[in-house]
Design a protein around this ligand. Sequence first.
Ligand SMILES: Nc1ncnc2c1ncn2[C@@H]1O[C@H](COP(=O)(O)OP(=O)(O)O)[C@@H](O)[C@H]1O
Ligand SMILES: [Mg+2]
Length: 220
Amino acid sequence: MDEVNSEVLFKKGAEASLFLGNWHGKRVVIKRRLSKKYRPDKLDLAIRTYRTVHEPQLMHEAKVAGVPTPAVFMVDVQTSTIIMEFIEGYQVKRALDGFSQSERHKVCFKIGSLIGKLHLHDLIHGDLTTSNMILTSYSNVFFLDFGLGEKSSELEARGVDLHLLKRALESTHFKVAEECFQSVLQGYREVVGAVAAEELLEKIREIERRGRYVTERKNS
Ligand SMILES: Nc1ncnc2c1ncn2[C@@H]1O[C@H](COP(=O)(O)OP(=O)(O)O)[C@@H](O)[C@H]1O
Ligand SMILES: [Mg+2]
């Protein structure tokens, strides 16, 4: 870790602190998972270690699937730290609202096709929000934050993954959420095919029905 120069805190999330730094002449992001006082020490270390090791593994598998993710330069389990490439661009969350309809369609279609590639390789992102995607100047989209991801071939896991994105769009971009999600689905369909896409859509409807049922039960 001595090789890192000029660490500057740039994001403090619920789970990790992110620093910008310089590592062997490269601009890097240093993601350090923080100890949680409410967790027993042993469990805390086990969770941080697991996610620190697991996240770069999934980022690598995503690359193999054809989904851009930052290059990982170093993993230090002792300090729960990952050093990775800094991706120049805008969080999709920030970029989306200033876009025209056709630009939004293009980006959301792209996002859908990338999710399709992940799912075709049994990769579940686990936290598909527009904060975890960076749009670069070449209209490429990088996916970040695989700490909650998993390998699964279950339709349920794919459904929950995309349902989470739908909910995230509704809460952060509610005026254009429906339109964006339709574009995501189109991109997804292009990669996985019409049958698999329809199957997934039906699964999402089922997840939504379950959600409504639970809410009604709670309220009655
Ligand atoms: N490699 C990276 N390049 C550029 N920005 C990044 C990179 N990694 C993280 N970020 C920025 O930091 C934010 C938080 O990082 P993330 O990995 O999502 O951590 P958290 O688990 O706290 O959400 C991201 O939403 C993104 O804006
Ligand atoms: Mg995140």
